[in-house]
Write a protein that binds this ligand. Structure first.
Ligand code: COI
Length: 361
């Protein structure tokens, strides 16, 4: 059931109860949380109810809650930006909410009323607006999340859920910042299978990826590049983001075939590149083709895109023990231009031709 006349009640902390804000130069990623959060409940009988913004606090959840046992959990990642002129801006928030509803359908969870949730996001961001960092490139990361809370151990969709939104001031996702990272091409573990849940932003996809990530990090890499599950041959995505390759001046990324995350930054990158007149291809691309292009000199750039990662240049790929440097290990011009243009739009410093930015009142 979708509830459209949902009232959002607000319980604000008094000024003297507000937390001390962290140093903006050492925010890292997702380590600090603002003073308030949004929470809303769902039951089969009532639909969505009890929508509240209240002080950031623990949940009391039954240990039999289905999320703890069968992992019905979905989330989103989005950001609020403070422009130089002091405006608060959100980047394509409806796209995140619509994607969350697709994840919900795949995971047999209730859909969200998009308009009301946009209001909830705006209200939370406005209330905690002092937390939006002003340091260059820093933002307020928003984490809308839905979990199954019915206490029951029979395997079926939960009949109760909590939806909540956390806000966290963040700097760059990678310790390297906007500098090329080293990537391990994963040829043993896989992220998603055709017919599985790879295109849903569900917690289990991330849980399933941490072993490969940990092993790659132990070998000195920042992330893994996933290959397809059937042939271990075609590029899928990077651990936290979508992958792009510039070969012979053309921008290529794997198509949305059900196993990769339909990134909102991915879609924006494709749009900007098309606006610039670049040849853009969404097609299957094998790791052998990438390595061959690196060897014959036609591989010009590799980078990834995501909300947390923004645009992250990939400076080195390691596949089956062999390393290839990309663009001499430096950031390439297309990744740089995309990063600059995207950030300029997001921070309100450049025209927004696709009406991506939404102002928070
Ligand atoms: C995001 O980019 O927003 C994500 O959810 C990826 C996560 C691993 C930080």
């Amino acid at each position: 059931m979708l509830t459209t006349d949902l009232e959002i009640t607000v319980h604000k902390l008094a000024p003297e109860q507000l937390k001390e804000k962290p140093d903006q130069q050492s925010l890292g990623f997702g380590q600090y949380f603002t003073d308030h959060m949004f929470v809303m409940h769902w039951s089969r009988e009532r639909g969505w109810y009890d929508a509240k913004i209240h002080p950031y606090q623990d949940f009391a959840i039954d240990p039999a809650a289905m999320v703890f046992h069968y992992g019905q959990a979905i989330f989103e990642g989005m950001k609020a930006y403070r422009s130089k002129g002091g405006e608060t801006l959100l980047f394509r928030p409806e796209s995140n909410l619509e994607r969350m509803n697709k994840s919900a359908v795949r995971m047999c969870m209730p859909r969200l009323p998009v308009d009301r949730m946009l209001q909830a996001i705006k209200a939370l961001v406005y209330l905690d607006r002092e937390w939006i960092p002003t340091a260059p490139g820093a933002t307020l990361y928003l984490r809308p999340t839905m979990i199954a809370t019915e206490p029951a151990l029979g395997l079926r969709p939960s009949q109760e859920y909590i939806f909540f939104i956390l806000a966290s001031p963040v700097g760059a996702y990678y310790a390297e910042g906007f500098n090329p990272v080293k990537i391990y091409v994963e040829d043993t573990y896989v992220r998603a299978v055709p017919g599985g849940v790879g295109e849903a932003k569900t917690a289990g996809n991330y849980a399933a990826s941490v072993k490969a990530l940990t092993e790659a990090q132990q070998k000195g890499f920042s992330q893994v590049l996933w290959l397809d599950a059937l042939e271990h041959k075609y590029i899928e995505e990077v651990g936290t983001s979508n992958a792009f390759f510039v070969i012979n001046g053309e921008l290529t990324t794997p198509p949305l075939g059900g196993t990769i995350l339909p990134g909102i930054t991915r879609d924006s990158v494709l749009q900007l590149a098309r606006d610039w007149g670049l040849q853009v291809n969404e097609r299957m691309l094998s790791i052998d083709e990438v390595i061959a292009a690196a060897e014959d000199g036609s591989l010009q750039e590799v980078f990834s895109s995501g909300t947390a990662a923004v645009i992250s240049p990939l400076g080195e790929l390691n596949y089956k023990g062999k390393s290839v440097l990309v663009n001499g290990g430096s950031t390439g011009p297309i990744a740089q231009r995309l990063f600059d243009e995207l950030q300029a739009i997001q921070f309100g410093e450049q025209e927004d031709p696709h009406n991506w930015m939404v102002r928070v009142a």
